[in-house]
Design a protein around this ligand. Structure first.
Ligand code: 2IT
Length: 448
């Protein structure tokens, strides 16, 4: 079976040259599900893996817009509709200069299993553009979002494909895209999630990803006889996911000692505490400068380390929340040397495959992002339900469901790993649990 998995990985490599991020996740997922393929030769016969690694549809399009100086700018937009076996395509839109097919396809492929793990009826997709929102005026952001939606609208819909935010796409961008979609189709429908509360958004969606990550981390610790209260935590990033994570960690009595940005990291030995410090993350984000250094000017107890990542700081728990491939082998070595016991991945695929293997081999419990950060998309699906039912859910209703979903994801990943004799391996368990449901649905629906 190892040979077979190698063959699939080889097919992916041949068909997707120059796409390292996509191939990284394909290899990670397929290696994990080897025992499932062994138990189900009918999946092999049905060409299920060949079909799974090929997106159902990939769209690339021109996004022309005019900047504040009257100069025409052209970006490239994408939507990869990866798998609709268990529900409409669902996944965020990322606006960042490095967006390319490899990044969108890695995110789209991950999203298939993540969305399946939520237990909710959502397929996998992802999109975005190679547009850098940092330093752009509000007018430029609006014109870009309108132009982007002027093409994307024909491919999406509440029953077809429901995008949301990701890096560089928050409530403001979702608002502009929603307005343009509604104008073009003349229909008020829940085609995007992460909307503002005044026009169909879900209470708690903004916090959902970070809160979910912390619930997942709590379950990981609990399963290993430990609790979050009193733990020191290294967090990276300072955006929406980091903010929600810091908030919930503070509520549960843990102490966050770092945040980071593309410019370096902040070490705050007193903790990024609730209130002023926590709220300052929002200010940093909305400044549009994409730097975290001002935190150390505002709070003199903190130190800014330019150009460095926080992985050499000693802590009980590490939660990367910035972007993909933040943790390389050298970082993993530092973490192990510092006695790291738990890594809970907040951002999508923050750790290189070889670094995950090294951490696990050295006794670190790793919570994979597709399980740990699934609370965001789970709440997106609750938002879809709210819109389809023409109703409004209270924050308490949302938080209660979110917590239950995260507890179940941890339980299902741990059980799937046990079932295949892999012990407590959440990385493999999450891939297996996510895959099993999608595989069953694909088998039931024939060769499509
Ligand atoms: O990576 C993710 O799960 C997201 N960016 C959220 C996707 C969604 O549709 O809410």
């Amino acid at each position: 079976m190892a040979k077979l998995v190698e063959k699939y990985i080889e097919i992916a490599a041949q068909k997707n040259p120059g796409e390292p991020e996509f191939l990284q996740t394909v290899e990670e997922v397929l290696t994990s599900i080897e025992p499932v393929l062994e138990a189900h030769p009918e999946y092999v016969k049905a060409g299920l893996i060949e079909r799974l690694i090929e997106p159902e549809r990939g769209i690339s399009f021109r996004v022309p817009w005019v900047d504040d100086n009257g100069v025409v700018q052209v970006n490239r937009g994408y939507r990869y509709e990866f798998n609709s076996a268990i529900g409409p395509y669902k996944g965020g839109l990322r606006f960042a200069p490095n967006v390319c097919p490899s990044i969108i396809k890695f995110l789209g492929f991950e999203q298939i299993f993540k969305n399946s793990l939520t237990g909710l009826p959502i397929g996998g997709g992802k999109g975005g553009a190679d547009f850098d929102p940092n330093g752009k005026s509000d007018g430029e952001i609006m014109r870009f979002c309108q132009s982007f939606m002027s093409e994307l609208f024909r491919h999406i819909g509440a029953q077809t494909d429901v995008p949301a935010g990701d890096l560089g796409v928050g409530a403001r961008e979702i608002g502009y895209m929603f307005g343009q979609y509604k104008k073009l189709v003349n229909r008020y429908e829940g085609v995007l999630t992460g909307k503002g509360l005044s026009y169909g958004g879900l209470s708690g969606r903004t916090e959902a990803t970070g809160y979910g990550i912390v619930f997942f981390a709590r379950e990981m610790l609990k399963a290993n006889g430990e609790e979050l209260a009193g733990k020191t935590v290294v967090v990276s990033g300072f955006g929406n996911v980091s903010w929600g994570t810091v908030k919930k960690l503070n509520q549960l009595g843990a102490k966050v000692i770092t945040i980071s940005g593309p410019d370096g990291y902040i070490y705050d030995p007193d903790g990024v505490t609730a209130g002023e410090k926590e709220d300052f993350l929002l200010e940093l984000r909305s400044s549009g400068k994409n730097i975290c250094a001002p935190y150390a000017e505002k709070f003199p107890g903190a130190t800014f380390y330019p150009g460095e990542k926080p992985w050499g700081v000693k802590a009980d728990l590490y939660i990367p929340c910035a972007t993909q491939n933040e943790i390389h082998m050298a970082d993993a070595e530092k973490m192990v040397a510092n006695g790291c016991k738990f890594l809970c991945e907040g951002s999508n695929m923050p750790t290189k495959n070889e670094a995950v293997a090294y951490l696990q081999a050295n006794g670190v419990i790793v919570g994979p992002s597709k399980a740990a950060n699934a609370g965001g998309v789970a709440c997106s699906c609750i938002e879809m339900g709210q819109n389809a039912g023409h109703t409004v859910f209270s924050p308490d209703q949302v938080y209660e469901q979110l917590e239950t979903i995260m507890v179940n994801i941890h339980k299902n990943a741990a059980e799937a790993s046990q079932k295949y004799g892999l012990g407590y391996d959440l990385v493999k368990g999450a891939n297996i649990a996510g895959f099993e449901k999608v595989a069953q649905a694909m088998m039931a629906q024939g060769i499509v």
